[in-house]
Design a protein. Structure first.
Lengths: 150, 150
DNA sequence: AATAATATTGTTACAATATAACATAACTCT
DNA sequence: AGAGTTATGTTATATTGTAACAATATTATT
């Protein structure tokens, strides 16, 4: 994410939290900024290292608490297959997204594909299952890597 | 899994490995048996504890190596959202399955839903993405828990 | 059968991810 | 100003997973 988009995103996040009357504190904002700036999934301890450049006394709970908050607000997703965190493209309420994870460049594209969601709902329904959360992560090779790296 | 189904499953696994000319060694079989017998996702260190009842000198690599083998053979799946392992319903080659994970009773149902797979392929394709693996885990409440626990 | 090559297991140590528990500080509301 | 709630500081530890290298067992080759 370039610095202009980053600034926009952070501002959007701030206004979103204001609307919801939840507190995007400086620490939470910093963590969000670190994740968004990287443009890729980031591990919690990688976030911690960067955060410690500003706040030398930051510790694992500092990061994990901020991550909890940001995930609740839909501003950040956790990628279960990578154990890493990613800023959200479209952080409106209630959504989880589906992810295309490139094993080559490490970048991730978030989708919100209605057909996928529908097929999941139908399958769950057929099994008499009440769906709370859905985790969809597709691993492979992105278009750019296919072009660039042979 | 009851003991009859368990025995059938283990025998099937043995014949499968024989056909493929890979070695389902006693250790690997024990690990598979522990997972299958539990009928639910099991953590690696839970497997280790049970394995140590038979083999007191088993260590983490003992378990993880067996798990690697069993996953390669499609006899066991790893559930990324739980960091746990589950015996496979239908261990033919080349499949990954989709999982309905009940947050209430902890049981998991594996599906192989063509519509889900198709929707994933289409979405990936539309994004110019070459799919290698798919991870689909649905968290919620199973039919039985809905009935039994109000 | 003896040897070489490969695959599996033993063993120790450690890395990476995440949480528990309790103290302190800050904010919010009356 | 004080009580209640939310957020942070801090230390220690739990959980999950791997690296690295030695020893053993299996398979293939001569």
């Amino acid at each position: 994410m370039n610095s202009k988009k980053l600034a926009e995103f952070l501002e959007y996040a701030a206004s979103l939290c204001e609307t919801r009357e939840v507190r995007l504190t400086p620490q939470r904002l910093e963590v969000l900024s670190i994740i968004a700036a990287s443009g890729k999934p980031v591990g919690a301890y990688e976030i911690l290292q960067k955060l410690q450049q500003e706040r030398p006394n930051a510790a694992p709970p500092t990061v994990y608490r901020a991550l909890d908050f940001l995930q609740e607000q839909g501003l950040v997703h956790r990628l279960a297959s990578l154990q890493a965190y990613l800023a959200c493209n479209h952080p409106h309420d209630e959504h989880q997204g589906q992810f295309l994870i490139c094993s080559d460049c490490g970048r991730v594209r978030e989708m919100e594909d209605g057909a996928i969601h529908t097929s999941l709902c139908k399958a769950a329904d057929k099994a008499g299952f009440d769906m709370d959360d859905e985790i969809v992560e597709i691993l492979g090779r992105c278009g750019e890597c296919k072009r660039v790296r042979s």
